[in-house]
Design a protein around this ligand. Structure first.
Ligand code: FHN
Length: 574
């Protein structure tokens, strides 16, 4: 019964797939992002004065909601109180709020609540429940205001019972039905206190969802918040997930940060996340005047245009049926349909190929084509290798500058070969979490020093043999030290041959469909291996960087260097 209820209340969020995150607070006045109070150690008495300068006369709830709705977003999560401790709503608990402390003298969350209600958008609140640099008694395990307050004089429960809980109560009783409470940075909060917060929300609004960051203990909340800007591998997650993402590199408004992701890049990430069963919560940081920056508005409008045309392949879809990522884009599906989202730079010259689809195809067409003209296709099956192949004839020029969707009307329930298979281009991608992991001793090797050293084993099908370049792919967080992660050489064995190599930072990608700031995608060339015949092969990797798939919710901060996959890139025939 509990599970049924939970499924039922998650439905709107599962269907929504795309939401707007809004980071807005006093920090906007300083135009240096939302951590400015902490990074510049601004004393409370000085920071409080910002309130007198905060007068967002251009704030227009109608316009904000329209921007979100036109982008195809179905929910809005706004910072009711961020780490600075300032309430962006009328709070009876503390006068340090937008109505009582600023010349604006009005409650933007009330206006947003009314507008969202009218427009059918779910309003949700972000609340920094542990970090509060304004309150003398808030206590986090790392990020405290130590320039105004002494850590050992803090009485955490004065903050917890005197501010955090009463403000949550205000937010859940004064603004109508709230879609979800988005908690953040729970470092140091005990399991009992986290559970108390969960119970408080449940008691006030039983249908209100809670994200996993309510606690740093695994398993809490209704769904998993990934790390900031973190996109998981396909099938990696044990739970429903949401990726919070910036459009540039900051959450709160910053006039210095002009490193904007392109619309093409944002769309790829959006589709990529949805094809893995997740939601994207895409951030905007409004100005101190109350406007969403033009760069964000422009990108959101373009995403909305794409969704207007291709929404059928997005809303109400289920994740990709294959357990691995495709090289040319992503796949979503619905009963009777498979949607191939082909990123424009991978649009093929003549044929798009897909391996492993067993269903008969009734029709193939480009989703944006108003006539739904049929594309020619051939389906083949090789019984010797038990290999299904589909080749679709496509126009020479990609029909969309960002992502073109090919719709496949299929016969019967979806049925794909789930074994790891070489891709039509010849490359093979083996994801970290898909391997069988064992202690190194099981492979007959000696474990050299590191406790972390493990063996990962994959089995996969090769259709086109040849010589392959072996590349290890990792995500590296900004500031992480590569040499600390990869202290020992990696050992790779395949088809009776072995290569040993040091993983180095050979190629660094700043932005890929899966990876972006604060991470970079790092490729390490380890060597070459040859496979002589088609068939099923085993590849074994010994490395310090292999960690088992988490059983429950992961802690949201991703590891500094995270091993993602091994890629075998086919270089030449035998
Ligand atoms: O410290 C915050 C940060 O300012 C921002 O709010 C992000 C959004 O996910 N959360 C925290 C860091 O993870």
């Amino acid at each position: 019964m509990e599970v049924m209820n939970c499924k039922h209340k998650m439905k709107w969020w599962k269907d929504a797939k795309f939401g707007m995150f809004i980071h807005w607070g006093l920090y906007a006045v300083l135009k240096k992002g939302e951590w400015v109070m902490y990074s510049s150690k601004i004393p409370v008495h000085k920071y409080e004065k910002l309130a007198r300068k905060f007068n967002p006369i251009k704030f227009d709830a109608k316009q904000w909601v329209r921007i979100a709705k036109n982008a195809g977003m179905k929910y809005i999560v706004i910072t009711a109180k961020h780490h600075e401790g300032f309430a962006m709503f009328q709070s009876k608990t503390s006068p340090y709020n937008i109505v009582d402390a600023t010349p604006f003298n009005s409650d933007p969350l009330k206006e947003l609540a009314e507008e969202c209600q009218k427009e059918g958008i779910k309003l949700c609140f972000y609340y920094s429940h542990v970090i509060d640099w304004h309150h003398p008694d808030s206590l986090h395990d790392r990020a405290n205001n130590t320039w105004d307050y002494e850590l050992d004089k803090k009485d955490f429960y004065k903050y917890w019972n005197g501010l955090a809980k009463p403000q949550i109560k205000e937010l859940l009783t004064e603004y109508g039905p709230i879609g979800l409470m988005w908690f953040d940075t729970a470092g140091g909060l005990s399991k009992e206190d986290s559970e108390e917060m969960v119970q408080l929300v449940r008691s006030l609004q039983p249908d209100c969802l809670i994200n996993s960051r309510v606690s740093h203990c695994p398993g809490m909340g209704d769904y998993q918040s990934k790390g900031d800007n973190e996109i998981p591998m396909l099938g990696q997650d044990a739970r429903e997930f949401e990726t919070p993402m910036t459009m540039n590199q900051s959450w709160g408004y910053s006039d210095k940060d002009q490193v904007w992701k392109t619309t093409a890049s944002l769309l790829r990430k959006l589709v990529n996340i949805v094809s893995k069963g997740g939601n994207l919560l895409l951030n905007v940081g409004p100005t101190p005047d109350g406007e969403i920056p033009g760069q964000s508005v422009e990108r959101l409008a373009e995403i909305g245009e794409w969704l207007d045309i291709n929404g059928e392949a997005f809303y109400g879809t289920s994740p990709c049926p294959y357990p691995y990522e495709l090289e040319w884009g992503s796949i979503t599906m619905k009963s009777g349909y498979l949607y191939l989202h082909v990123y424009s730079e991978y649009w093929p010259q003549a044929n798009l190929q897909l391996y492993g689809l067993r269903n008969k195809i009734l029709k193939a067409y480009i989703l944006s084509d108003p006539n739904k003209a049929s594309l020619e296709f051939i389906q083949t099956y090789d019984s010797e290798t038990n290999h299904y192949s589909l080749s679709i004839e496509v126009p020479n020029i990609a029909p969309d500058k960002n992502i073109a969707v090919i719709a496949l009307k299929i016969d019967g329930e979806i049925d794909v070969d789930e074994s790891l298979t070489q891709q039509p281009s010849g490359s093979i991608r083996l994801a970290a979490f898909q391997s069988e992991i064992q202690p190194v001793e099981a492979s007959g090797e000696k474990s050299e020093g590191s406790e972390r050293r493990k063996t990962a084993l994959w089995h996969f099908k090769v259709v086109n043999p040849g010589t392959f370049e072996v590349v290890i792919v990792n995500f590296k967080k900004s500031g992480a030290i590569w040499e600390e992660a990869y202290q020992n050489p990696v050992v790779i064995s395949l088809a009776g041959k072995k290569i040993v190599g040091k993983a180095r930072e050979d190629v660094i990608l700043e932005d890929s469909p899966n990876c972006q700031y604060p991470y970079r995608e790092v490729h390490s060339n380890i060597g070459e291996l040859t496979i002589n015949r088609p068939g099923v092969y085993a590849l074994e990797l010994i490395s310090d960087m292999i960690s088992p798939k988490p059983k429950g919710t992961e802690i949201w901060q991703a590891e500094a260097v995270k091993f993602r996959n091994i890629k075998l890139m086919r270089k030449k025939d035998i």
